[in-house]
Each structure stands twice: as C-alpha cells, then as structure tokens.
Design a protein around this ligand. Structure first.
Ligand code: PEP
Length: 250
C-alpha cells in the first residue's frame, strides 16, 4: 500500500508574515490528517523559518529546486547539503516552470535529481507534456523521455528514492484539470514503463498528480488506482484548502 502524499509548492509567493500564518494554519489542522504524508515547499529564503515552525509536527519541508553540483562557484544556486542543513527532506526537481522559463533540460534535471539523491534529499521529480504535445498525441513519449534521462544517469532503482509528479503543463495554474481518466491513463503508462524495467520499484513508487488540484477535485483524482497524491500549487497557499486536500486520504 503506497502512502498518499500531498505536497504544496508555494512558488514565489509570500512574505515573512504570510508564510508564518500559512504554516501555523496548516500545523493547527494537522490533527485531522492522519494518513497522508504532508510536505510544504516554501520559497528558499523562508525554509529555515518554516522548518522551525513545522518542527514537532508531521509536516515535512521541501525546496523548489536544488543545485546539480555539491559546492563551489555556482552563484545563486543552493546545494542539497544546505537544504538538508535547514531541515529539508524533499526537493522539487524539473518543475515545468523551471524547464520552460529557465531552460532546464532533461539532462540538467536528471543531474539535479542525482545531486539530491546522493545527499539524502528525496526528489519530487516533475514531468509532463505541454498542450501542443498532448494535441500531437505524444504525451506518453514526452513523459518517457523525461523519465529516461534520470534512468540513463542513475538507473531505474534510483526512482525508488523519490516520487514522480505528473503535471500536465496545460493544467498548471490554469484552472484546467486533467480528467481523472486522462490523469490515470498517464499514471498507468508511467508505472507500466517503470515496471517493464523493475516491477518492485514500479509497485512502490508514488506518482503524484499536479495541475489545478483543489478540494473539489482531489478526491476523485487521488481515488484513481495509480494516483498516489498531489503536488499542489495555488490551493496550497490557503491552509484550509491545502488541509482539505490532505484529508482526502482519511
Ligand atoms: C504546480 O505548480 O506544481 C501546480 C500543480 O500548480 P497549480 O496547482 O496551481 O496548478
């Protein structure tokens, strides 16, 4: 049985004050979340504060990215070791905004995945197709290519050290959600592809859905056989909505 995971990607939102309020609100509601693993990924500058406030609760903390190198002259980057030092257990890698806006290639994302892993940080490895790619009928090919970059670098067993987040780019921040069937089809494809290489890894691997998930659609999405939780953007910025999604697993 795979434990449901709900991860909030706060993106570049918040202030010292609002972040404090948000994490306090989530912490307050955690008594009613007994089944899901709950992770929040604040902007990097707020990670120490959020880690401190989450301490003693079941809330885990992740970063929104991680450097592919371990230390040195990489201005603006943050190493996996530093993230661990300030309380991160997870790191998002390959988010579509990083790929599209900052030119992160499949190969660079795979190197970031590897850096997280070798330093004991669990990658939340994002993949997914654009609208054009979906309309061209190449959704599965795109997801396979993105996953293969990690498998080629690290081997299939490495996937067991993190989670995959399938996030159709056209559904991120748009209010357009993949139907449960559309999402399930891709999740089943991903699991099947990995199972062809290692059935044990595929069976244990959590595959989250991301893309306009909210309290109204989470239950049906997470109810699908191969959807093991969600990576939540917009709805993770309101404690009440985020908690409602976490409670879907109860
Ligand atoms: C995301 O950015 O990972 C995401 C899923 O965003 P949203 O929930 O806002 O679509």
């Amino acid at each position: 049985m795979r434990q449901v995971m709900v991860a909030g990607n706060w993106k570049m939102n918040g202030s010292s004050e609002s972040v404090k309020e948000l994490i306090a609100g989530i912490k307050d509601g955690m008594a009613s979340v007994t089944k899901a693993e709950v992770v929040v990924c604040p902007p990097a500058v707020y990670i120490p504060r959020v880690s401190g406030m989450a301490d003693g609760s079941a809330i885990k903390v992740g970063s929104q990215n991680v450097c592919d190198e371990d230390k040195g002259a990489f201005t603006g980057e943050i190493s996996a070791d530093m993230l661990k030092d300030v309380g991160c257990e997870y790191a998002i890698v390959g988010h579509s905004e990083r790929r599209a806006l900052y030119g992160e290639s499949d190969e660079l994302v795979a190197k970031r995945f590897a850096a997280a892993r070798r330093n004991g940080i669990k990658p939340i490895f994002c993949i997914g197709e654009t609208l054009e790619e979906r309309e061209a009928g190449v959704t599965n090919d795109v997801c396979a290519r993105q996953i293969d970059a990690v498998i080629d670098l690290e081997g299939v067993a490495a996937l067991a050290d993190g989670v995959i987040a399938y996030e159709p780019v056209w559904a991120i921040g748009t209010g357009k959600v993949a139907t449960p069937e559309q999402a399930q089809d891709v999740h089943a494809f991903i699991r099947g592809k990995i199972a062809a290489l290692d059935a044990g890894v595929a069976e244990g691997l959590r595959i989250l859905y991301g893309g306009s998930m909210n309290p109204g659609n989470a239950k049906e999405l997470i109810g699908q056989a191969d959807i093991d939780g969600g990576l939540i953007g917009g709805a993770s910025l309101k404690a009440e909505d985020f908690l409602a999604i976490c409670q879907v697993a109860e």
